[in-house]
Design a protein around this ligand. Structure first.
Ligand SMILES: [Zn+2]
Length: 112
């Protein structure tokens, strides 16, 4: 069972992911996969407004797994997620399984 804090973190990250999906829809039309997109940091801090730049192809890879999110390096929250990849200017984190229900339900790519 997830702690209330970890649930809140997961819900914040879901909200940022939703926002990034609309950002991606607007930039991808005229770009190739190697181009960097500017996305919002998907960390659990609801006040974070940092921008993460990552290749659109990497963004797509992350989005294929409903438990993966990306953050500015150092914004990850070890009690709620593990860093699974360190890129240039971004970290990819995998949410702990205790909040999988929240991140799965909030996945914009999954038909609900
Ligand atoms: Zn952040």
């Amino acid at each position: 069972m997830a702690s209330p804090r970890n649930e809140r973190i997961a819900k914040n990250e879901n909200a940022f992911r939703q926002l990034n999906e609309s950002i991606e829809n607007s930039v991808q039309r005229r770009r190739t996969d190697d181009d960097l997109g500017g996305f919002v940091c998907e960390c659990g801090d609801e006040d974070c407004e940092d921008i993460v730049r990552l290749p659109l192809a990497t963004y797509e890879e992350i989005r294929r797994d409903s438990r993966l999110f990306f953050t500015v390096p150092g914004h990850e929250m070890p009690e709620a997620e593990d860093v699974v990849r360190r890129g240039e200017g971004y970290h990819v984190v995998r949410k702990h399984v205790d909040v999988a229900e929240i991140t799965d339900a909030g996945d914009p790519r999954e038909p609900s």
